[in-house]
Design a protein around this ligand. Structure first.
Ligand code: FES
Length: 97
């Protein structure tokens, strides 16, 4: 089992790195995973969170039937529609950083 939140200690103290995994399986691909990844990357840049949030693609998470693209954050599943990436980022990620 992998960890979604990795704590890294540096000279400044402890920095929380939030790992976002976006499903790129076939069902999520059709629902717009490419656009969700691009949207999340833009939000990370816009909010200058490149050192606190990482994003990667993952294979099917078993949530294919749900609405939106499967996104895992801190072992929790979210269904994210491409048009609602900004809402997802503000409602979930910004509250964790
Ligand atoms: S293809 Fe994304 S959850 Fe199955």
């Amino acid at each position: 089992m992998y960890r979604d939140i990795i704590k890294i200690t540096d000279r400044e103290g402890i920095i929380k790195v939030i790992k976002i995994s976006v499903c790129i399986g076939s069902a999520c691909h059709l629902k717009g995973s490419y656009n969700v990844i691009n949207g999340i990357q833009k939000e990370i840049e816009k909010n200058d969170l490149g050192d606190k949030v990482s994003i990667n693609g993952t294979f099917c998470t078993g949530n294919c039937g749900s609405k939106g693209v499967a996104v895992l954050v801190d072992n929790k599943y979210y269904g994210v529609e491409p048009a609602k990436v900004e809402d997802f980022f503000n409602d979930v990620i910004m509250k964790m950083v």
